[in-house]
Design a protein around this ligand. Structure first.
Ligand code: DX5
Ligand code: ZN
Length: 220
């Protein structure tokens, strides 16, 4: 099942409240970008925002941590209501310990490959992951252009996951819109994160409907 995970980075929080009932009719995942101004230069939000979104929706909260030493905070995000916690392996001392810690909290676990990080970094962990998140931009800001080289990473991961009959989902994040979504799906992605393509113009609910229709995407 292919999915869109709208990234609220490009939405105003007030607008999100307004559109959430419509969004949850169109998709069941929401992508939450947490940034600390250290691992990436941008700063967004933390637990309290995740918690207030949790209180408003039953959507699957896909939480992308772009912060230093995220293992300090896994428990707080789990308690705030995150369903999936994704971390960048270079931000922790021991990625396998971090994977175990997230699982022990009852959350799904994802590992993120930032643009300059080799796909080899994630391969030893693949069978332990619920999701592999491929950045198709340099993490930190919405509205950047899709980096075509990331398609190679997606294809390689698809090959490995299929060859080993794993259930790990491939999520792709950055610069995905009506122009780039087709290539990303063709390369083997399962979940498309979309920030500006959903919230950047017009009506987010209509934008999701249009993209779903164009690519024949269905949701469980
Ligand atoms: C950026 C974030 C993305 C961002 C994508 O580091 O991880 O989730 O919201 O935004 P667009 O879809 O505009 O590239
Ligand atoms: Zn993200």
């Amino acid at each position: 099942m292919k999915k869109i995970a709208p990234s609220i980075l490009s939405s105003g929080i007030i607008d999100l409240a307004k559109y959430l009932p419509g969004i949850e009719k169109e998709t069941d995942w929401l992508h939450l970008d947490v940034m600390d101004g250290h691992y990436v230069p941008n700063i967004t939000f933390g637990f309290s925002v995740v918690k207030s979104i949790r209180n408003k929706t039953k959507m699957f909260l896909d939480t992308h941590l772009m912060i230093d030493k995220p293992d300090r905070y896994f428990e707080r995000f789990a308690k705030a209501g995150s369903d999936l916690i994704c971390f960048h392996p270079e931000t922790v001392q021991n990625p396998m310990d971090a994977v175990k810690k997230i699982k022990a909290l009852g959350c799904d676990v994802g590992m993120v490959l930032n643009n300059k990080i080799s796909v080899d970094t994630i391969l030893p962990f693949l069978s332990e992951l619920d999701l592999a998140l491929v950045m198709s931009i340099e993490a930190g800001f919405g509205g950047q252009s899709f980096i075509p080289k990331s398609l190679e990473k997606i294809k390689l991961l698809r090959k490995k996951i299929d060859a080993e009959k794993l259930e790990t989902l491939i999520e792709v994040d950055g610069g995905i819109n009506a122009q780039t979504a087709g290539k990303v799906l063709e390369a083997g992605a399962d979940v498309l994160v979309m920030g500006s393509a959903v919230f950047g113009y017009g009506n987010p609910v209509e934008n999701i409907k249009c993209i779903k229709k164009e690519f024949g995407l269905h949701f469980s």
